[in-house]
Design a protein. Sequence first.
Length: 171
Amino acid sequence: MIKHLVLTVTGPDLPGMEQELTRIVSRHQARWVASRMAHMAGRFASILFVSVATDVLETLTAALQRLESDGITVRIDKVDASMVPPKERHLLLNLIADDAPELVTDISRLLAEQHIRISELHTDTLPAPDTGVSLQSMQAHLRAPAGVDIETVRSRLEALSPELMLDISLE
């Protein structure tokens, strides 16, 4: 029997963290289904979706927990893979706007109101090329209900700010 796990791994940004995670997963014949990894401010964070045979689940769990001796925190969540989400559209949102503390909150609220989930989010603050004014950039991978109207999403986002530069497209 196969078990499905979501692993959340955080800790200091040590050289070779990705290699160590892949080594542990492969040594236990677990299947690396999907992952997101990031390094920021001297920290490492990763979320992984893996599947593993039930008979090696305990040894995989023990191997992952041994990372804690290096200051790495591993959270292991068992998931029910039989729960298939309804048919969804995958969207990519690219956005640049004047830097505002509430921008990410406003966009998250607007998307949630339309039952759109953010599956991956990248934000950054950067200077405008001509003026040096602080801008917020955002790239979000979205999962929307199959019947979502892209133009409605676009118009609601544009209504947040007249200076908003926006690009939303289907993946």
